[in-house]
Structures are given as C-alpha cells and as structure tokens.
Design a protein around this ligand. Structure first.
Ligand SMILES: [Zn+2]
Length: 70
C-alpha cells in the first residue's frame, strides 16, 4: 500500500499496540514517520518502509484549524 500521509492525520496499523489501540496520529513526516498512539499517548518513530508495511488505512483527515467552526 502506497501511503501519502500528513501531520495530524490518523492512521490505523495492522497490529494493535499493547494498550489495545490500533489508531495513531501522525506527528512528523520525514525520513521517519512520527506516530503518537491514541490509546496511551506513546510516541514512536518508524522508518518509512516499516510504516508502509504496518499501516492499514488512513482513518481521518487532519482536523480543521481550531476556531474555524461557526
Ligand atoms: Zn498505545
């Protein structure tokens, strides 16, 4: 699966984290992909290749900027 991700997006990984959550928020995009577990808040860095193997799908686009709701 070819994945184009952006900071703030939520992705689902194939394997659940030990805390039980499979959803992670992208915190950094570069040579490595930074992820924060939505279950326990743990942060990890995965090399792009590793991330591509583990990612299953993108769950949600980035949230709109705060204060942009009427
Ligand atoms: Zn976790």
């Amino acid at each position: 699966m070819l994945i184009d991700v952006h900071v703030g997006e939520i992705v689902r990984l194939r394997k659940p984290h030990p805390c039980g959550s499979t959803d992670w928020q992208i915190t950094r995009v570069g040579a490595d992909i930074g992820l924060r577990c939505l279950g326990c808040g743990r942060r990890v860095l995965l090399p792009r290749d590793e991330f591509r193997r583990r990612a299953k799908c993108i769950v949600a686009p980035p949230e709109p900027p705060a204060g942009n709701r009427s």
